[in-house]
Write a protein that binds this ligand. Structure first.
Ligand SMILES: [Zn+2]
Length: 459
């Protein structure tokens, strides 16, 4: 056992006290009512980094909620890593569903219950404590370390990419290690090596210049709901696969290890449909097919559709417009702008005569993230996880969108290894969020070993 590990074992109670104090701060990023909590969250993170020995710690203005940047570059001959995390949390609502108050952390059954415990204050504290253990025992970390902690992750990180771009030189590193992200299942150690990107658009079809009486005009006037429904039906084939020409242009083959993880996962599809309360389709897709669709296949989903009268009773109206909200989850190689363009071109092609079409894109979207399977930092992380968790981790993809990996790849030209000890069943974003204290302890040991080994592996 290294002396940093000894220090962590001796100071376990102090570490828990620290993460509880962090969780007591209501740093909700989405709601301006919590502005004080955001400020307190940033300064708490900055103080803990100073306590962990960082000689340079700065609260950085971003144009939104501040970020915290710490730098400890003590030896030019050693590699440099950048640790990422976030101090903001999701809103605590609905409050009446919590067994203990969201900002009054409570330990029950070796779990810490609090908003932010799992996402991301617990896993971030794990990394900070491991860094502090080196400062307390060796006087410095085994390699150069920078830390970037943002305060807008839970509200879409609107200022994150521009901030990373602006600080590009100060953030330069050999590898990013994220203390955010979560292991997929408590029974299966995993590392996330890919996540899907996102592009979003609103599509509106307009018929007449105003709502019309369906008795007076029915049969002669254009009905945009009918036109839109017919157009949307052309976007997928009978199997639900996207049928837009150009949609999958540029798609790259995934890491073959993900296919092995899909096999090993033994995903029970019947149970899956039961768990979401949907009818089981007949025939039932295989577990492999379903996980491939969640992780490796791009999607086009209708998130909302509206037009005309949607209130109680009836209203005999022919609406002037109908709108659909669409989001696409993208895989590696797809360009978000090109995907939105392909959808728009397709819809213009199937627009019936007598209607107008307008398409509004929500921002530039984000590209998917895929880690280079041969990245040295990845195999070091896998080796450490196998050692502390007793099982070789699976390389998994994520259906959701985690923009940081792609932002760091684009702005800094570095890979990002996800090394969080949260697990996706820990009810983050929901009432009774918790973090397993076993993960809190194991995670600190793992971070110590990861930092030690990256010092030589990245050299
Ligand atoms: Zn998070």
């Amino acid at each position: 056992m290294s002396s940093a590990e000894d220090w962590l074992a001796v100071h376990e109670a102090e570490g828990l006290k620290m993460v509880k104090a962090f969780c007591r701060i209501p740093s909700v990023s989405a709601d301006p009512a919590y502005a004080d909590g955001i400020a307190a969250g940033a300064s708490f993170a900055a103080d803990r980094l100073r306590e962990a020995g960082f000689p340079f710690v700065e609260v950085i203005e971003t144009g939104g909620h501040p970020a915290v940047l710490a730098e400890w570059v003590h030896d030019d001959t050693l590699p440099t890593i950048l640790v990422y995390g976030h101090y903001d949390v999701q809103p605590p609502d609905p409050l009446d569903k919590w067994r203990s108050a969201p900002f009054e952390p409570e330990v029950r059954d070796d779990r810490l219950y609090a908003r932010g415990a799992s996402d991301d204050k617990g896993p971030l504290s794990v990394a900070i404590l491991a860094l502090r253990a080196f400062a307390e025992t060796a006087g410095k970390p085994p390699l150069n370390v920078k830390v970037l902690i943002e305060g807008e992750e839970e509200s879409g990180s609107p200022h994150f990419a521009p901030t990373v771009a602006r600080l590009r030189d100060r953030l330069a590193c050999d590898l990013v290690v994220s203390a955010d992200g979560a292991m997929w299942r408590p029974d299966l150690p995993s590392v996330t090596v890919a996540s899907r990107g996102l592009t979003a658009l609103d599509v509106t079809v307009e018929g007449a210049a105003k709502d019309l009486h369906s008795g007076r005009h029915g049969g002669s006037a254009p009905n945009p709901i009918r036109a839109l429904a017919a157009m949307l039906a052309t976007l997928h084939d009978a199997d639900g696969m996207v049928a837009v020409p150009g949609f999958t242009d540029g798609v790259k083959d995934p890491d073959p290890a993900i296919a092995r993880a899909i096999e090993a996962a033994g995903f029970d599809t019947g149970e899956y449909y039961d768990s979401i309360g949907a009818e089981r389709p007949d025939p039932l897709p295989s577990g492999r097919e379903l996980l491939e669709r969640q992780w490796l296949v791009p999607t086009l989903e209708f998130n909302g559709i509206f037009g005309g009268y949607t209130g109680h009773g009836t209203k005999t109206v022919i609406p002037d417009t109908a709108t659909v909200k669409i989001t696409c989850r993208l895989v590696a190689g797809q360009d978000p702008a090109a995907v939105a363009g392909a959808i728009e071109t397709h819809l213009r092609g199937v627009l019936p005569t007598g209607y107008r079409l307008s398409v509004r894109r929500h921002g530039p979207g984000s590209a998917a993230f895929a880690l280079d399977p041969a990245l040295p930092g990845l195999s070091v992380a896998e080796e450490v996880l196998e050692e502390v968790l007793g099982q070789k981790p699976l390389r998994v993809a994520m259906g959701a969108t985690v923009p940081i990996g792609e932002v760091f790849a684009r702005q800094l030209g570095t890979g990002c290894v996800f090394f969080s000890f949260a697990t996706s069943d820990e009810d983050y974003h929901a009432p009774n969020e918790f973090f397993r204290l076993s993960s809190f302890r194991t995670g600190q040991i793992a971070w110590v070993r990861l930092l030690e080994r990256l010092a030589t592996a990245l050299a």
